[in-house]
Design a protein around this ligand. Structure first.
Ligand SMILES: [Zn+2]
Length: 314
């Protein structure tokens, strides 16, 4: 009798444990899968205006659809087209990929990262695994999470084109957002989050908006979040305009930029899947999700916004 009674209980416990660890492993493997896919040779380094970039965009659109992100009526198929002149004066067209999850309020957090990279140079494919397939994979992870757990803020996910051409996609986005720009309370930008051997991830942006600092905490002792790279007085060290958050900064929108220090593979053909640090990447993506959740749950942006208004008055 005892054996019969205990057996179903034991089965129940073992099943639920297995289920939990399975779903964690699944989340991690989807994160790795997205990075691996986008940094594969199929996409030929994803340079803006090339077939490779178009294929990368199709992959991101497919993932937005499968996650269940909504698209804005003015941007069918999630795509926002823009054009710009490149360094040689040629007209180039680019396309951002934009989707969203409605929150309990129409105030917006924009989560972003650029999907383009350097393409093919001297017959070598620059796969841009860390820069910035990693950021896009991170965005997709956050999107999948909030599709299941409704956020308080409306979360807008943007994969920018033409980052490597001088942040043209983010400039086009803030110049013509598919909703009122004033609704954006915060930009969280991900650019290079998979390659650091010291377990260090930077969260820049709190120099201007120190109120954000208390929300930038996470529970994994294997990862250290560092502040810095955001003081405009330290010109060389200041990353404010070194990625797509610069376009938001120019509109006086608070931002947090997550990324690593430059590494040996930065802007080299060796920035490929084999050279990222997978445990670090998984830890970094989990930490960023935890921080987004701190901000979303605690309504942090009210305080930040008040501070911003005060700063303007000074
Ligand atoms: Zn980048």
């Amino acid at each position: 009798m005892r054996i019969y009674l205990l057996l179903p209980l034991a089965l129940l416990f073992s099943c639920s444990t297995v289920k939990n660890s399975n779903s964690n492993a699944q989340n991690a493997s989807q994160l790795i899968k997205d990075l691996k896919e986008l940094s594969s040779d199929t996409y030929q380094g994803r340079k803006t205006g090339t077939k490779g970039a178009e294929l990368a965009r199709s992959y991101i659109v497919k993932r937005f659809k499968s996650i269940g992100l909504k698209s804005f009526a003015s941007l069918p198929n999630y795509e926002q087209s823009f054009s710009f002149k490149d360094m040689s004066g040629n007209n180039v067209s680019g396309k951002n990929v934009v989707g969203y999850i409605p929150g309990k309020t129409d105030e917006v957090i924009v989560l972003s990262g650029h999907y383009d990279h350097l393409g093919v140079l001297d017959n070598e494919i620059y796969n841009g695994a860390d820069d910035n397939a990693s950021g896009i994979a991170g965005l997709l992870k956050i999107a999948a999470h909030y599709k299941k757990a409704k956020p308080n803020y409306t979360l807008v996910f943007v994969a920018f084109d033409a980052g490597e051409q001088g942040w043209k996609g983010s400039s086009a986005f803030v110049a013509q957002p598919p909703f009122n720009l004033a609704k954006i309370k915060l930009n969280i930008n991900l650019d290079m989050i998979s390659h650091n051997d010291k377990g260090q991830l930077f969260a820049a942006g709190t120099y201007k908006f120190p109120e954000l600092r208390k929300y930038i905490v996470q529970s994994n002792p294997e990862l250290r979040i560092l502040f810095g790279h955001d003081n405009p007085k330290q010109k060389v060290d200041d990353w404010t305009n070194q990625s797509d958050q610069g376009a938001f900064d120019a509109k006086n929108i608070p931002w947090i930029y997550f990324g690593v220090e430059d590494h040996k593979d930065y802007h080299k053909a060796t920035d490929k899947f084999e050279n990222i640090n997978q445990p670090f990447f998984i830890n970094a993506a989990n930490a960023i999700l935890e921080i987004v959740d701190n901000i979303d749950r605690q309504g942090a942006l009210q305080a930040v916004f008040r501070e911003k208004v005060q700063m303007k008055k000074q």
